[in-house]
Design a protein around this ligand. Structure first.
Ligand code: FE2
Length: 307
């Protein structure tokens, strides 16, 4: 493949990259193909039944998890999801590629993947304060050094209009201080961050890319309108064990995890922090142990490099 063709196949383009570098965020409209979007919505409906129809038409009956916590970490559905589409979008090669590019070649792992669904008057329907996400994504502080950059993504699976609780984001040009503490500001404390916010309106299937150093906030629904469905995914440098919003082993007992890890590629497993082929972790004992726990997993790539 020529370099020109490669550029064309990148869904996060050079223009998005340039915008991200200058402003701290990028909006990738129609990131998902129509098939990916349709599959994601179908899968979404399996995870939280009723929300896809409800988001289209809020006059329909309220879904089960309308205001009730979901029985998973922090009350929201996390990876692994039953089905394939949402898991595959979590590990979409473009998300990995762009995170590595921003990290100037650092190895990455996926530290966050969970769904978001809201509509008017649900518990998440309110005006958030402008904030940086590092508060629950690192034990330390996100320096302006690429090798420590986490890259956050927010997929939107429904059209986002001004009325349907768009994310608001502010260019980093408006907060150029050296140290970004505190990680939140009220309108009174930093009006310029609010006055210069951009509301992310976009068609279903789009993707917002931002960083732990990008001020943003959720906004409230206004007027009668549709619900908003999405998925947060974040990649972090693999070497930084002080980062990450969740620990994945808590989910490793889920049937959906067994299903996922048995069909995942080696690279996808690596991106979750699974020991890679060739790691000293692999011995006859661990090959047999992992193979016994996940009986459908092809251990060949791990076994082959032992010889
Ligand atoms: Fe946030």
């Amino acid at each position: 493949m020529t370099e020109v063709e490669t550029i064309h196949t990148n869904r996060i383009t050079d223009a998005h990259e340039a915008h991200y570098r200058e402003h701290g965020y990028a909006i990738v409209e129609n990131f998902c193909t129509p098939n990916e979007l349709e599959s994601a919505l179908g899968n979404f409906d399996e995870v939280v039944p009723g929300w896809v129809d409800f988001a289209k038409d809020p006059s329909r009956p309220k879904p089960e998890y309308y205001n009730k916590p979901y029985p998973d970490q922090r009350g929201i559905p996390h990876f692994p999801y039953q089905g394939k589409a949402l898991n595959d979008l979590t590990f979409h090669p473009e998300l990995h590629r762009f995170a590595v590019l921003m990290g100037e070649g650092e190895e990455m792992y996926c530290e966050q993947s969970h769904l978001t669904y809201k509509a008017m008057n649900t518990k998440d329907d309110f005006e958030q304060a402008m904030h940086l996400d590092y508060g629950n994504h690192t034990l330390a502080y996100p320096p302006d050094v690429p090798k420590y950059w986490q890259t956050a993504y927010l997929y939107y699976f429904t059209d986002v209009t001004l009325e349907s609780g768009p994310t608001a984001v502010c260019s980093k040009q408006h907060y150029s201080e050296r140290i970004l503490v505190p990680n939140h500001h009220t309108r009174e404390s930093r009006p310029e961050i609010y006055d210069n916010e951009v509301k992310v309106t976009c068609p279903a299937g789009s993707l917002l890319v931002y960083s732990m150093r990008t001020f943003h906030r959720g906004t409230a629904f206004t007027g009668a309108n549709r619900g908003r469905l999405g998925m947060f995914v974040t990649y972090a440098p693999k070497a930084c064990r002080w980062m990450g919003i969740v620990g994945w082993p808590i989910s490793a007992g889920k049937p959906a995890f067994k299903e996922w890890i048995e069909r995942a590629s080696v690279e996808e497993r690596n991106l979750l922090g699974f020991p890679e082929p060739g790691h000293e972790y692999w011995t006859d004992e661990t090959l047999d142990g992992v193979g016994a726990r996940f009986s459908g997993m092809d251990m060949t790539p791990y076994r082959d490099v032992m010889n």
